[in-house]
Write a protein that binds this ligand. Sequence first.
Ligand SMILES: [Zn+2]
Length: 450
Amino acid sequence: MSDQVLFTNARLFTGVDEGVIDAGAVWVDGRYIRYAGLAAETPSAADGVRRVDLGGQFVMPGMTESHAHISYTNNGPGDLDKTPVEQAMVWSIDNARLMLGSGFTSAISFGSVHRIDVYLRDAIDKGVIVGPRLVASGRDVGATASNADLHPDHARPQMEGLGMLADGPWAVRKAVRTLRKNGANVVKLFLDGEGLSNHAPPGELTYTDEEVEAAIHEAHTRNMRVATHSRSAAAVKQAVKFGADFIGHANYLDDEAVDMLRRARDRLFVGPAIAWEIQFLANCESMGFTGEMARNRGYEREVEATVDAVKRLRRAGVRVLIGGDYGLNITPHGTYARDLEYFVDLFGLSPAEALLCATRDGGAAVDPAGMLGTLEAGKYADLVIVDGDPLADVRVLQNHRRITAVMKDGKFYRGLARGNPYLASPDDMAAPRPAAPAGPRLAEKVLASD
Ligand SMILES: [Zn+2]
């Protein structure tokens, strides 16, 4: 019985629908949920299980960061591949901890520096470090003069960090095979570019249909999924046509693109990843751009277009996911939950709808077998306990102090977002204090001994 717990007196958001259960209970047995629902209807088999009274705190499924860059080290967008691999690895371990501590129990990687995400995933799965369930990608795949080709030719030799350049169907297949060999679950593919890029703006396709078809066919043949950077309608259509699984951005849609996405809505997910545009517009001057330059590069229009695009996608029943492009200097790690605020304030979702995007739909994207994203009997016990009411104000999820605890796979974590877990306060030095934890204190199991 030692790995069972019954949370009682919970305000329960199961993620099955928009409803909330005021007098809720969740029964966790090992890594699985045995029951989640009205406390009064808890099965009698839970009678002997240890109870933890949550005092009316909010309990929700763990969230999914659906466009994660754990290996980015809070640097500028032009410097993504300039961090030495050793530094990026060390930071990534901390970023993974912070992501889990922020309430994100799962993440889909949308591009990794070097092979960091693969090693992070394996270390997390083995319990060596703490972090979200990670669907790992490798380096970005893109053509010459794509958005993966960041540096001018005169700046060669380049760092071999982020972009993996491949031109032509067979080179693209080889890049995908390399990722397979290196252990990636996801292939990140650049289909168009970025307003800041001189050589690859949105709408200018950087791959031919032939190359995209080869990349996606090879990835699916080799048991990997495909995530695309597709800002324009043309790049979205290319992604849908050849079977991409995760479409990033989708800022500019036309009727045909929306219709194609609607018809494919059961097999794909779209993530706007709007944090980058919002924070770039807010902070462009600190990055050496005037507001006028940002406007000239189309960023204000891009936000407006995305608001329209997300509304159309939602009406078409396409699953739109939370997350994207955190890990830059203007979107630092730990601020992931801002995305829910954008979904509410910018895209017009209710807080409950935004939570469903973050939990139910994100979970379905991570695990097609359906074990994640909702609090229901038989699913993995991934949940977040919040001292506050995200349904009244989703911004409460941005406050790490209000994330009371995170459970992933039935294991309970506290204080992960506090920073250095070994940092002590002077009070801790007051002697004698029995049983003061001296060693690593990252993981705290609810049930220590019984
Ligand atoms: Zn990205």
